[in-house]
Design a protein around this ligand. Structure first.
Ligand SMILES: [Zn+2]
Length: 276
């Protein structure tokens, strides 16, 4: 079987912290003056960033829950869903889009990759100008009450303040084609809808830690969808649409998918290949 990448869809955006955002970094309290729960920082700039793996992992987990898929595969301390066989893989919104562990190879590589997001230079400058608890961040103290002894246990959480913007962010989605028809590029394009849905589910949920206590609400903004394909792959990318918000994109999802199909040289939908 000869699988080839027919083209790539680039979803570019910025991500705004609507509430304070905590994406945990390495161990706390060890460094002098360290906080209990530090955020992850870029060691070169010392600025907080959003790891692409956090964004992708959360989008995957929310998609697994949305489709009520069984969590049958253990990775470190958490369980994820992984298809057991090739026939379920073919129509699986999670494994086809977000990939499978190396031990489970169904013949096509992962379609989605999500890049790390740095603070925008505007946001970095703004946060730099504020008198914050730590560089670019605030410390939120939460009090947990012990239900047996009623003792208060204060714990501190480092957060990126609400309003901070990260970007440019990028999700790259590869559309595959294979001799013998084991990959269906039209179905790949339809499954791009799974990525948009996962972005929507994330806006309805939270990113990082302490979400049930108010942290981690995020919003996608300034979204552009572009396609590179065929003989023009290295020369030019074709814009399929720009959207102020994810809601604007979702309202035009059908047009976006049609635009992607056209840019890839695929025939119109004709009712086939719906988002599952
Ligand atoms: Zn699956």
């Amino acid at each position: 079987m000869n699988v080839h990448a027919m083209g790539r869809v680039f979803i570019q955006f910025s991500l705004r912290a609507v509430t304070g955002l905590h994406i945990g970094g390495r161990g706390g309290g060890i460094e002098i003056g360290g906080v209990d729960n530090p955020v992850i920082r870029d060691p070169l700039t010392n600025q907080p960033f959003v790891p692409g793996s956090s964004l992708k992992g959360k989008m995957r987990a929310l998609t697994e829950k949305h489709h009520a898929l069984p969590l049958n595969w253990r990775i470190n301390k958490s369980w994820i869903h992984v298809c057991e066989d090739a026939s379920s893989y073919r129509s699986c919104p999670v494994c086809r889009v977000f990939g499978t562990p190396g031990e489970k190879d169904f013949g096509t590589p992962t379609r989605v990759l999500v890049r790390d997001l740095a603070l925008t230079s505007d946001s970095a400058r703004q946060l730099d100008g504020l008198s914050l608890d730590r560089p670019y961040t605030e410390i939120k103290t939460e009090v947990a009450i012990d239900r047996v002894t009623s003792a208060a246990n204060p714990r501190s959480l480092e957060r990126i303040p609400a309003g901070a913007v990260f970007g440019p962010g990028e999700i790259v989605y590869t559309v595959y084609d294979a001799e013998g028809g084991s990959c269906d590029p039209a179905q790949d394009v339809a499954m791009l809808g799974v990525v948009f849905q996962a972005m929507q589910l994330l806006e309805h949920d939270y990113l990082g830690g302490s979400g049930s206590r108010g942290s981690g609400k995020v919003a996608f903004q300034g979204i552009e969808v572009q396609v590179r394909a065929g003989g023009d792959y290295f020369r030019t990318s074709k814009s399929v649409g720009t959207f102020a918000t994810l809601g604007d994109l979702m309202a035009k999802e059908g047009d976006v998918l049609a635009g992607v199909r056209a840019a890839l040289g695929l025939p119109g939908d004709g009712g086939a290949g719906r988002t599952p």
